[in-house]
Every structure is written in structure tokens, then in C-alpha cells.
Design a protein around this ligand. Sequence first.
Ligand SMILES: *Cc1c(COP(=O)(O)O)cnc(C)c1O
Length: 384
Amino acid sequence: MNKIQMVDLKGQYTQIKDVINASIQEVMETTAFINGPKVQEFQKNLEAYLGVKHVIPCANGTDALQIAMMGLGLKPGDEVITADFTFAATVEVIALLQLTPVLVDVNEDDFNINIEAIKKAITPKTKAIVPVHLFGQCANMEAVMEIAKAHNLYVIEDNAQAIGANYTYKNGKKVKAGTIGDVGATSFFPSKNLGCYGDGGAIFTNDDDLAHTLRGIVNHGMYERYHHDVVGVNSRLDSIQAAVLDAKLPHLDTYNKARQNAAKKYNLAFKDVKNIKTPKTVRNCDDICDICDCHVFHQYTLQLKGIDRDALVKHLGEKSIPCGVYYPIPLHKQKAYSDERYNEEDFAVTNKLAKEVISLPMHTELDNEQIDYITSTIINFING
Ligand SMILES: *Cc1c(COP(=O)(O)O)cnc(C)c1O
């Protein structure tokens, strides 16, 4: 059996090595390392794939979120509502821009922002909601957009973990994750579903004016060379990363399908294990589905009910099975983001998830033998 990895970047590279190398080589030959033709080519191809009018490439996913908030003109003191159970980048940029983060609880079934909690958190100062499409599936965007419309709020989708996922409306219409709100932000960090070989990110929008504003902000606030109309940042996707991404984009659906297949096998193996809750797909898609194109499994995350997680992690380590705990500490309990306004009882689900979740190896190269070994090792541990 091949050594099990949390994410197998080498195995994936080996499959399409010639295409990737040729794409990088093109950049080397042209020496257009910043904003070269590869960046524009990738931008166009991603726009077509997502069905969105504008993709603005940038340096990483954290910048993408920050630039989106700058582009919307959010001002110090504006309140921005986001999920308590996510990677810190989301709340980090809110705080960095001196906006006021308002963390709210998530749902136990899909790990995503809780709609009632958003409603409860709205004040006259609220200006935006940042739903995070955690672990590969969209938050309840129909409900989020409804609240936003009623209260005149911006919606910024943190789509770092769900690129390629569909969102299905109640009427059956499907759109790509990240293209529903005013603006979407994504990351091309190597381990993400569409990852480059360094840092990268992008912002999506269907709004022409906002797209124009964002294009200036990523490049020092310049709309005309050496004319700085607004305060911007330096956040560019370099051409070599774009070359990698452009070579990988045609494979994204196949990659996501491989993740879904792995998830399906995991689900089947754990189906009758009482103290394990497998991840649920909860949107309006094909009903039955615990697996469909609405979930692209950036992570495959179990909830352990009455199982000693530390002991399981240790046991898996001894059996050479890597695993991860995303995320062990709710954001409202982090030193940098704690606030006396918060009440513990408002974070019941996040507090519980932080203690119960465990993420198993999930990538495009997992084979049956590896999945059988992982699932049987866990089941044997539970059955003692
Ligand atoms: C990875 C990630 C980010 C940040 O992306 P970087 O490219 O690492 O800056 C933001 N939000 C979420 C939910 C992420 O998973």
C-alpha cells in the first residue's frame, strides 16, 4: 500500500506533469512573470468555468477577502457577521481593516453559518455578511441573500474551500459557489481543491463597477499608470502560478469527483457505526444525496460522539494514518478575537464541534486499499 498522506500533491502532479511543466516553461520563455498572458488566460478560463462576469486574480485567499471588503467601501466600525467555526483568515481581515467582526454560531449538520444566529446578530451598524462555504459545501445562500436584501447588507462569500461546488436553489437552478453574493473570494493554496504551487487567490463578481474598483485595488490603487486614485495593496497572482492553475483547471471537475468518490466510500464504511456522524449534504440538490455535486469535500470531517479524540488521533498516528482537527478552537475563544460582548451559550454548536471533529485524509489520489485501511483502523479502535 502507498503511504497515506493528508493531501497527495506529488501523486497529482505526476499524473499531469508534462502539461504543467510545459505551461510553466512557456512563462520562462516569455519572462512575463507578473501579469503575463498566462494570468489573463487563466482569468478568462476561470470566468467561463464559474459562469461569472469577472475574475480578479490576486496573491492569496486572505488578500482576496481583504480586497473584497476594501472594494465594497466598508469603513472602520462597520459590523461584519461571519461564522465562529472557520479558518482565522476570514475574521483576521475584518479586524485588520478595523471593521468590527461579529462571530455567530454554525449548524451541526453542514458546519456552515446559522441563519437564525445571523438574524439575531444584526444591528443598525451591520454592513456585511461573510458566509464561509466550509469543507466544500455552500452555506444556505438563499437565506443569506434574503436577509441581506431585507437589511441592505453586502454578501462576501468565502469560497476558499468550495471551488467547483454547485449551489442548488429551491427551484432547481444551479450556480457555482462563490458567484451568488456581491463578491466571492477564493484561495489557490496548494492543498485547496484547485491549488497552485505557491500562494494564489482570486475575487469573483458580476458587478462591472465593483470589478473595476477591485482591479485597481490589487495594483496599488492604480487605474492609470502612476495615478493612485485609492489606497490599494500589492496583491498579484504571478504568471508561474497562473500557468499551474491554467493547466489544472480543466481537471477540477475530475478532481472534485475523485474527492466525492472517496467521501462516498468513507460514508459507506461508517454507515452503521453509532458513535460517528458522517458529513451531510444539506441543500436542495437530489434529495437523498449524501454525495452530489453540491459538496466538493475540501475536507472529510467526522463528528465523534463519546469517542476519545486524542486517543484516536494517537492511534491513527501509530498506524501511519494522518488526520487533522479543523478547527480545535472556536474563533470567539481565540486571544486575538475574543470579545466581552460574546456569550458562551450563543456558540453551543461551535463549542461542541471543536471538541468532536476529526478530518480524515482527503485528496484526489486516495485508493480503495488506503480507504479500507483507514476506515477499518478507525472502526476497530472504536469497537476496542
Ligand atoms: C485557506 C483559507 C483562506 C485563506 O487563503 P490563503 O490563500 O491561505 O490566504 C481563507 N478562508 C478559508 C475558509 C480558508 O480555508
